[in-house]
Design a protein around this ligand. Structure first.
Ligand code: GLC
Length: 561
């Protein structure tokens, strides 16, 4: 039987244990695409409730995740599919009601599943009552809740800031009625809030408390690095060609993002969440690990930030190792990383690493990375069945930034009926015949079974959850590392190549056992001393015999707790 969330809180308080989110596996749900309970083709909150047992029913057969992060379910005109919020304290009627949300929260907690919700506070929809008031007149008390500026000469935008969506162009739109431009870092339907205004901060504080009082366990903070902009609205400096390779967006290091004043805002958000012992997980798309580390503040800003650099890494062992090591080298000891392979904004793993047809095998190796690297894993719905996504024709595209292919419906069965009895808002991807829950559920060789085994292994292992991390030397195409805690030791060895590889290492003593392999036929194999053979695109989690039986030499273990 799983413990309920209330039970866990009490246990933690009495035992002085580490915070729950450090030990958790988080599962991201994009509600529109997860499960549709009423046949209107759009996933909804009741659909999520119906699938909670799949996520964690407390028995061995379910996935076994500990928390869900729900992408936005608030009322929204849909300019950015929910990331344009027109009411912060309600539920989009397409997705359900507030009662449904409370029901979902209760049902999740009863299974020991925590719930994180998306805090989309860089901007609101232009349909939000705050913005309607703001745009009604220059004298309106809410005018300064948003970022307004007079147009430049000849009606040009006030400065050269660009929207994060290339297709949008300028980040400014002229509002004819009042003759000024409003800032929108995303679509013109998403007006940026003015975080320099204390009333805005107070209003968002109330929004957070509204959900915290209902019992949510934390927030994923949307574009946390963008909340505050240059007060004087100065032009961004010209983008230098060499910089483009190092930042995800050419403007990411400029005056409308990563502003030093954002940290004060994050500290304020943190104070609010601390009142409720809730967690802040930030979206901070900054690749430079030193800059990313600043978002943890002095232990008083974000609890965790996604390691964005991982989403641009090519499928090469050295590249992955470099990104992982760079982040760990820059994070202060108490800061906790968060690893994700994909989300609703970027191509799915099978697709991203599949240009040569090996994406499915690599997705298994990637699963092993996700569940064994230091930090909290966050798994995007569908990754656990190796969904490729895609197959969205020109006519059925919905998104301004071409992200539909990562948002196709969750593949519960080969037909798509498991998602919805109606016509789904995005088409079911072509790989539903192979990548679906129904066929993989009972197949011990499926990627779903691999995820279940890895999650279970992680859950039972202090070393994999919180242990030290030490990269090991080996062949260039093998990424290998040791995780150790409380006398328990694992070595993870991942073959990034499509050739056989052999890792010979003194860290692998007699008695080392293959605990989990991407090929389940090898589970339980006992290794020849100091040596593990790896098939093409194969990964293994090796359990070392208890300390003393195989003393290791050399290598510096980095404490990560
Ligand atoms: C984040 C979301 C993305 C959205 C954007 C604007 O990056 O993940 O989906 O479009 O913020 O809210």
């Amino acid at each position: 039987m799983v413990q309920t969330v209330a039970g866990l809180r009490d246990a933690r308080a009495s035992a002085g244990m580490v915070p729950w989110w450090r030990d958790a596996v988080i599962y991201q749900i994009y509600p529109r695409s997860f499960a549709d309970s009423d046949g209107n083709g759009v996933g909804d909150l009741r659909g999520v409730i119906e699938r909670l047992d799949y996520l964690n029913d407390g028995a061995g057969g379910s996935l076994g995740v500990d928390a869900v992060w729900l992408s936005p379910f608030y009322p929204s005109p849909g300019a950015d599919h929910g990331y344009d919020v027109s009411g912060y304290t309600g539920v989009d009627p397409l997705l359900g009601t507030l009662e449904d949300f409370d029901h979902l929260l209760g049902a999740a907690h009863a299974r020991g599943i925590r719930v994180l919700i998306d805090l989309v506070i860089n901007h609101t929809s232009v349909e939000h009552p705050w913005f309607r008031a703001s745009r009604s007149s220059r004298a309106d008390p809410k005018r300064d809740w948003y970022v307004w500026a007079p147009p430049g000469p000849g009606g040009s935008p006030p400065n050269n800031w660009l929207s994060a969506f290339e297709r949008v162009g300028s980040a400014w739109t002229l509002d004819e009625a009042t003759g000024e431009c409003y800032l929108h870092t995303f679509t013109p339907g998403q007006a940026d809030l003015n975080w320099r205004n204390p009333e805005v901060r107070a209003a968002i504080g109330d929004v957070m408390r509204f959900w915290l009082e209902r019992g949510v366990d934390g927030f994923r903070v949307d574009v946390a690095h963008r909340l505050v902009k240059d007060e004087a609205l100065r032009d961004n400096p010209p983008v230098l060609a060499h910089e483009r390779r190092h930042v995800s967006h050419p403007w990411a290091r400029q005056r409308n993002a990563d502003h030093p004043d954002v940290h004060e805002v994050l500290r304020e958000l943190r104070r609010t969440t601390d009142e409720y012992d809730a967690v802040l997980l930030g979206e901070v798309p900054i690749h430079d690990p030193a800059r990313l580390a600043r978002y943890y503040g002095d232990g008083d800003e974000l609890h965790m930030a996604f390691n964005f650099a991982l989403w641009d890494v090519p499928w090469r062992a050295r590249a992955w190792r470099h990104v992982v090591d760079a982040l760990l080298a820059h994070l202060p000891a108490r800061a906790w990383p968060c690893t994700a392979l994909s989300n609703h904004d970027i191509p799915r793993t099978v697709t991203r690493f599949g240009s040569d047809g090996r994406g499915r095998q690599r997705a298994r190796v990637a699963a092993m990375l996700l569940l064994t690297l230091p930090g909290t894993p966050c798994l995007y719905a569908g990754e656990e069945i190796g969904m490729a996504g895609g197959g969205v024709s020109e006519q059925r595209r919905r998104d301004i930034d071409d992200r539909d292919e990562s948002r196709t419906p969750m593949q519960w069965d080969p037909s798509g009926r498991g998602f919805s009895s109606g016509r789904s808002w995005l088409p079911v991807a072509p790989d539903a015949a192979v990548a679906n829950v129904a066929v993989q559920r009972h197949d011990p060789a499926s990627v779903l079974s691999l995820y279940r085994r890895l999650i279970r292994r992680r859950r039972g292992s202090p070393a994999l959850r919180r242990g030290t991390y030490e990269p090991l030397h080996g062949p260039a195409e093998v990424f290998a590392y040791r995780r150790a805690a409380r006398g328990e030791q694992f070595v993870v060895a991942l073959n990034f190549s499509s050739r056989h590889q052999r890792l010979r290492h003194h860290a692998l003593p007699r008695g080392t056992v293959v605990e989990v392999c991407t090929d389940p036929a090898r589970d339980g194999e006992v290794l020849e001393r100091h040596l593990v053979e790896l098939g093409p695109d194969e990964g293994v989690v090796l359990r070392l015999p208890p300390a003393g039986a195989g003393r290791e030499r050399g290598g510096r273990a980095r404490a990560h707790r």
